[in-house]
Design a protein around this ligand. Structure first.
Ligand SMILES: [Mg+2]
Length: 328
């Protein structure tokens, strides 16, 4: 069973409809009616030691920030505003007080920055590894919530920032690089301290021009395939349009890796992935630029169901080639 099959199995057993439930399993957040105009957005994400982070190379303060960031990013993906958080903190019996204090400091700072208040949670002993689960609750004007479904053939596919940086940062950490290494600092920070696009997400939703949106946690190949599946469409990506950077290219050269592979399959970029009518491209880019944001067109939504990467005239199927916790 892969990750998607596992989720589908549980959804069939325990999912379903209810009064006030606007959307259950299958998007970045569950959406529940709050009042006539507003919806609650609910999301939960877990970071596990040795799976998502290593204690020896992740500064605890940045890990606290990341615990908030990855959740807040899911609220941003619907165009919403984060409000409340609940933390479940699993620690080994012999945990270091210093570590917990620094972790909590980072968590608290990030909560303040994104405007969300910690209102509860749980602390448990987790014998082997640290486990960090956060639930974030946000809100959004009901009629403006952006879902993964809604992409239409002919839409332009956009991303909100450079791709592959987090994967490159992780590879550099694995190669022994540290934050003291000025040359690689930006890529390392992309992995250790990602910046969710909350303001941009809210802005995009309020324009009314965006048809579908999600955040990128599992890599473009998988995330775009999810968006396409939800919208019952396909997509063509243009390799030449994918935003990387000179630093990314330098890291790929240094580690004998493929920068394009990082951009397509590397997870944890936490940029936004969204689509809008191609006739609105220029308007959307100008609006965003007026607020200081760059958005990058990277491809087109098609009527099929394939997700394809076009590179030098050659087309390659890439659907779901990103990260999967249970791929065998
Ligand atoms: Mg997400």
């Amino acid at each position: 069973m892969n990750e998607r099959e596992l989720i589908e199995h549980i959804r069939q057993l325990a999912g379903g409809g209810a009064a006030g439930l606007l959307l259950g399993i299958g998007d970045d957040c569950a959406v529940i009616e709050k009042d006539r105009e507003t919806a609650w957005l609910l999301t939960m994400d877990t970071l596990v030691e040795s799976v998502h982070f290593r204690r020896d190379w992740h500064p605890p303060e940045l890990l606290g920030r990341k615990t908030v960031a990855v959740n807040v990013s899911d609220i941003a993906a619907m165009g919403g505003r984060p409000l409340f958080a609940l933390l479940s903190l699993g620690l080994p019996a012999n945990f270091s007080q210093d570590w917990v204090k620094q972790f909590s400091q980072g968590l608290a700072e990030a909560c303040r920055e994104y405007g969300c208040l910690l209102i509860g949670g749980d602390t448990v002993c987790c014998p082997e590894r640290i486990s960090l689960t956060l639930t974030v609750i946000g809100e959004m004007r009901k009629e403006r919530v952006l879902y993964r479904q809604g992409a239409q053939p002919g839409d332009t596919v956009f991303v909100s920032g450079p791709l592959g940086w987090s994967a490159a940062g992780l590879a550099l950490l694995q190669a022994g690089k540290t934050l003291e290494d000025e040359k690689w600092r930006q890529l390392l920070l992309a992995h250790l301290n990602p910046q969710p696009r909350v303001e941009l997400g809210r802005f995009l939703a309020e324009t009314g021009l965006v048809h579908s949106m999600m955040d990128m946690s599992d890599g473009l190949a998988t995330d775009l395939a999810q968006l396409c599946k939800a919208s019952r469409v396909g997509a063509v990506l243009e390799a030449d349009l994918l935003p990387g950077s000179d630093g990314l290219a330098a890291a790929a050269k240094f580690l004998h890796e493929d920068a394009l592979r990082w951009m397509i399959s590397g997870g944890e970029d936490y940029e936004l992935l969204f689509t809008a009518a191609s006739t609105d491209n220029e308007r959307l880019r100008q609006h965003a630029a007026a607020h200081g944001w760059s958005i990058y067109p990277v491809g087109t939504i098609t009527a099929g169901q394939d997700v394809v990467l076009r590179r030098g005239g050659i087309e390659e199927q890439i659907a779901f080639q990103g990260f999967d916790h249970f791929r065998r």
